[in-house]
Design a protein around this ligand. Structure first.
Ligand code: UDP
Length: 526
């Protein structure tokens, strides 16, 4: 038998099938696999696996990492989904969300079979809070389980405090601000900015949210794509709610070479050389990059206002139009206005998937107009690029408050209410071209406020990069987490050994099961 202290560990990642979970999970999988004696498997569906295969192949062949993708069939038909609907970004209507979650529940049995057949046996499960059934698998295989959050501890704690206090119910209307209780910063939100599933949860939705919360509370801890120096107070406070909190990011920094930055999460819809050549031709810190993540849907009239705002800012821009946002109305406007031609000297339009990390890390980048998805924020900070915040739904309004009010590394475009996902057409225009121009000017005019924002984001970016270096806080936290898993695996092996000596009815194994051994972050590395 391998020495217990040095036995190989097998981390199994089961991320939710959505880009904002899959991308950071794959980055983190690579970081884990770089550690000695660690093997990593990522379980996902065939179409999602195909998006990440080239990235994993590179990690295996170039860096010689022990990492693999394990595809598992997604039961689209059984759940009433169109065939091929394997990622939240491919849902064509809001009504399919329920079926999508039903399909994820159906994965429990096949994943269990996969885990049972694994060699080496799994030592730990890292998963998303939206796949709560994984808690049963962790119990069954007697391994620790961690929730990898793709959101901030700032949001986790604020949402927790609001839910416990009912602070949002103390106001008379959806637009009246209320204060988030129990936090040191003055954070004001309105009910109109809270996620829909919180505001208007049906009984069924409330049960699902409770199920997810319980799965988070019973996990061995949560891993957050952030770094201690960024939201330390919030991480420490949230560690009083769950068993452990380890900030292990920003994970996007594991992508060091061009190929990894370029084809991350999906095949880029632009040629790498063309993209770099275009950026190279622009002045340092001059380009506005406008991209709204993998899920937001924006109506044609709203996109037209954005286009006009970018144009009237008189600065170079890269504008990403998601495939799902193409429409006859937008195409007609672009053609009639000759928009692409008239902005060709300083506008680059990418239709589809952008190589975001590559673009953000280019010295020509001046500002990032973002929907405030947490991964995008982290990626902007790593590249020391100030943010223009345009939150749309989910937890994005919380993130805006953190960026603008707490960290002061960006300016708000001024949107006041959430968009209902896939109902964007009913909402009309929330941000007009003047709002876009005003926010860009505020960040790019070289004034005192803009200079201070730039200074702060540079400082944060340096801290982010340090956190991921050897000896940095995130590296330390990851090693602490691995140590935790190693200790649990050793105990399990010891219990099995003792049971083998004492015969089949020995109670030793259950007495030292990992679930019974708990310790907080600081103790684990000892
Ligand atoms: N992304 C990308 N290219 C695109 C759109 C998105 O690489 O054209 C990546 C982006 O870098 C980030 C992720 O997709 O890692 C989006 O996650 P985020 O949390 O920012 O937003 P969400 O997709 O959840 O709204």
């Amino acid at each position: 038998m391998a020495s217990q202290a040095h036995q190989d560990l097998h981390f199994v990642l089961i991320p939710m099938m959505s880009q904002s979970y899959l991308i950071p999970s794959t980055d983190f999988a690579k970081l884990l696999a770089q550690q000695q004696g660690v093997t990593v498997s990522i379980i996902t569906t065939p179409l999602n696996a195909a998006r990440f295969q080239a990235m994993i192949d590179r990690a295996r062949s170039t860096s010689k990492l022990n990492i693999q993708l394990l595809p598992i069939r997604f039961p689209c038909r059984e759940a009433g989904l169109p065939e091929g609907c394997e990622n939240l970004d491919s849902l064509t209507s809001r009504s399919l969300v329920k079926q999508f979650f039903m399909a994820t529940y159906m994965l429990q049995d096949p994943v269990e079979k996969l885990l049972a057949a694994m060699q080496p046996q799994p030592s730990c499960i890292i998963t998303s809070n939206s796949l709560p059934w994984t808690s049963k698998l962790a119990l069954k295989f007697n391994v620790p389980r961690f929730i990898f959050h793709h959101i901030s501890t700032f949001h986790l704690l604020c949402a927790h405090n609001i839910a416990c206090s009912g602070a949002d119910e103390s106001v008379g209307s959806d637009t009246e601000p209320f204060l988030v209780p129990g936090v040191p910063d003055r954070i004001e939100l309105t009910r109109a900015q809270l996620p829909d599933e919180v505001k208007r949860a049906t009984e069924e939705m409330k049960r699902a949210i409770e199920h997810m919360k319980n799965a988070e509370l019973s996990a061995d801890g949560v891993l957050v794509n952030s770094f201690d120096e960024f939201d330390s107070w919030y991480a420490e406070e949230y560690a009083k709610v769950v068993k452990n909190v380890w900030c292990i990011g920003p994970v996007s920094l594991c992508n060091k070479d061009m190929s990894d930055k370029f084809n991350r999460g999906n095949k880029a819809s632009i040629d790498e050389h063309h993209c770099l050549k275009w950026l190279d031709a622009m002045a340092p810190r001059s380009v506005i990059y406008a991209c709204f993540g993998s899920l937001c849907r924006i109506s044609a009239p709203q996109l037209i206002q954005l286009a006009l705002g970018l144009e009237s800012s008189n600065r170079p821009f890269v504008w990403i139009i998601r495939k799902e946002d193409y429409s006859a109305e937008l195409e007609k406007w672009l053609a009639e206005e000759n928009f692409q031609e008239r902005t060709k000297e300083r506008g680059l339009i990418v239709r589809g998937w952008a190589p975001q990390v590559l673009i953000l890390s280019h010295p020509a980048l001046g500002a990032f107009l973002t929907h405030c998805g947490w991964n995008s924020i982290m990626e902007g900070v790593c590249s020391k690029v100030p943010l223009i915040t345009w939150p749309m739904f989910a937890e994005q309004f919380y993130n805006e408050r953190f960026i603008v009010d707490v960290l002061k590394i960006g300016v708000a475009i001024g949107v006041k209410v959430t968009m209902k996902w896939a109902q964007e057409k009913n909402l009309g225009v929330l941000v007009n071209k003047e709002d876009v121009k005003r926010a860009i000017d505020r960040l790019m005019d070289g004034g005192e406020e803009a200079a201070e924002i730039r200074r702060r984001v540079r400082e944060m970016g340096e801290m982010a990069n340090k956190a991921m270096e050897e000896g940095g806080s995130s590296q330390w936290n990851m090693k602490t987490m691995i140590q935790y898993v190693r200790k649990q695996a050793s105990l399990k092996a010891l219990a099995q050994e003792l049971d083998g000596l004492r015969g089949p009815c020995s109670p030793v194994a259950s007495a030292v099961s990992p679930g019974r051994l708990m310790f907080k972050s600081g103790e684990a590395a000892s």
